[in-house]
Write a protein of this length. Structure first.
Length: 82
């Protein structure tokens, strides 16, 4: 698998995730994890660069953004696809 194959793999997994209830739940949980980790990395990167801080501060803004990006967004797209 090459780095350019990642969008194809993501598209294929989303295409086949709605075929059964168990595969849909596994896809939903994996979406929570992947988006949560990605949000944490992006938040930490921009927080330290913009505010010139050593470590990011995980305050209410982080937790609200994490909830929206990593939980509500996959639930919204999952409910629309079902």
């Amino acid at each position: 698998m090459d780095i350019v194959d990642i969008p194809n793999q993501v598209g294929r997994s989303l295409k086949y995730s709605v075929r059964s209830r168990s595969s849909f739940l596994v896809s939903l949980i994996s979406a929570f994890l992947v988006l949560g980790i990605a949000y944490d990395v992006v938040y930490g990167f921009f927080y330290t660069r913009i505010l010139n801080a050593k470590d990011p501060f995980y305050g209410p803004l982080f937790w609200i953004g994490l909830l929206v990006i990593a939980v509500l967004l996959p639930l919204l797209f999952g409910s629309l696809s079902v």
